[in-house]
Design a protein around this ligand. Structure first.
Ligand code: HEM
Length: 375
């Protein structure tokens, strides 16, 4: 059943109307800039023998020395151009003040990895990468100014081990080679940029971005319990998102991310996808909520809903609040009717979410919009 639905998903993805063919995408991918490797300064000590050659006017020694120097210089030149020939990974230069193009290069590398590694879940790491960015940001508390996307503190055991973050190691590991390729970017800027790339590459709206997050140490880990509990009701949703500074509109718009990905029994305990196309962002989540009949799933796991017709889709108790609560429902109906309205509000709410708790130097009107691989 699972594999049938995955094949269906892949078929849908392939048939999606934006005509993303592998060839056009890879043709558009810009290869990383000229390879470079930061050299650690090493102090050299001349041996007595070579000192003799150098200072006592030995012409052969000088010739050999000059030849050796030329060969070394040529070899070093080849090494600089092609470090992979010497078993080194391609790295970008140590950049003192990175610019838009540098971040676009990181975006491109993430998009390329998303395209190439289609062996995950329904064919994409996109959903779990987006969830990483959301869980890095969603710890924010507006009263104390703690938490949020500044810090990437989920790298450390206390926060990485919180129940809500189960499974997100897959996303962090997926991004590690990108961090190694672009060592100048902080983990916290990288994870959020990856969230932006995941949304855009899964055909969602543009998410404007600002860099400026710093990595922080373990003492900045937030306490457990700041992320939402899927078994709760509307007052819990309002308490959690209200703590971040969001209102009903943003809560419903952000939840539309559940058009993507799936629940895993070995992570949250819940099971299954919300939509038939879990690697493409659409307003299907709202449509399905309103148009399908939902009943409690009969199983040994935590309480969740399944669609009566196919029994292959799921909704969490918190998802179901979006049609039970009157105020939430009015937004759900709006987004089900109007995908453009959903994309606009989703983009605005995600932009705010991803910036929670970050002391930017770049102003809001200086946000960058990255090119997608299929633009
Ligand atoms: C009331 C609020 C929310 C609750 C209770 C909730 C809960 C959950 C749960 C239980 C899972 C399944 C995790 C697993 O088993 O792997 C999940 C997955 C996911 N959530 Fe949420 N979530 C909420 C809001 C959000 C928001 C605001 C976003 C993004 C903007 C988001 C994005 C995702 C994505 C993309 C997945 C799929 C991950 C995957 O496929 O591995 N969620 N969520």
């Amino acid at each position: 059943m699972a594999s049938a639905s995955r094949s269906f998903t892949r078929a849908l993805r392939t048939a999606a109307p934006t005509f993303r063919t592998t060839s056009t995408r890879s043709a558009r991918f810009v290869a990383p800039q000229q390879a470079f490797r930061q050299q650690h300064q090493r102090r050299g000590y001349a041996s007595e023998e070579s000192a003799k050659d150098k200072y006592e006017g030995n012409p052969n020694g000088m010739l050999y020395g000059a030849g050796a120097l030329a060969a070394a210089a040529a070899g070093y030149g080849i090494y600089l151009m092609n470090p992979e020939l010497f078993g080194q990974s391609k790295k970008t230069p140590a950049i003192i003040s990175p610019k838009f193009e540098d971040y676009q290069n990181v975006y491109n590398a993430i998009a390329k990895r998303l395209e190439e590694h289609d062996d995950y879940d329904d064919g994409s790491y996109g959903p779990v990468v987006l969830r990483l960015a959301w869980h890095a940001s969603g710890t924010y508390d507006k009263e104390t100014g703690t938490g949020g996307s500044n810090g990437a503190t989920m790298r450390f055991a206390p926060e990485g081990d919180h129940g809500a973050n189960a499974g997100l190691k897959a996303a962090r590991d997926f991004l590690q080679p990108v961090k190694e390729q672009f060592p100048w970017i902080t983990y916290s800027d990288l994870w959020i940029l990856a969230g932006v790339a995941a949304i855009q590459e899964m055909q969602g709206p543009k998410i404007p971005y600002r860099p400026g997050r710093a990595d922080r140490d373990v003492s900045f880990c937030t306490p457990d319990g700041r992320l939402p509990d899927a078994s709760q009701g509307a007052s819990h949703i309002r308490a959690i998102f209200g703590r971040m500074g969001f209102g009903d509109k943003e809560m419903v718009a952000l939840s539309g991310a559940h058009a993507l990905g799936r629940c895993h029994t070995d992570r949250s305990g819940f099971d299954g996808p919300w939509t038939f196309s879990p690697t493409t962002l659409t307003n299907d989540y709202y449509k399905l909520l309103l148009e399908e009949k939902w009943s409690w799933k009969k199983w040994n796991g935590p309480k969740q809903f399944e669609d009566v017709k196919t029994k292959s889709l799921m909704m969490l108790p918190t998802d179901m609040e979006l049609i039970k609560d009157k105020s939430f429902r009015s937004y759900t109906e709006k987004y089900a009717r109007d995908n453009d309205a959903f994309f606009k509000d989703f983009s605005e709410a995600v932009t705010t979410l991803f910036e929670l708790g970050v002391p930017f130097t770049q102003s809001e009107d200086q946000r960058w919009v990255f090119k997608s691989s299929f633009d």
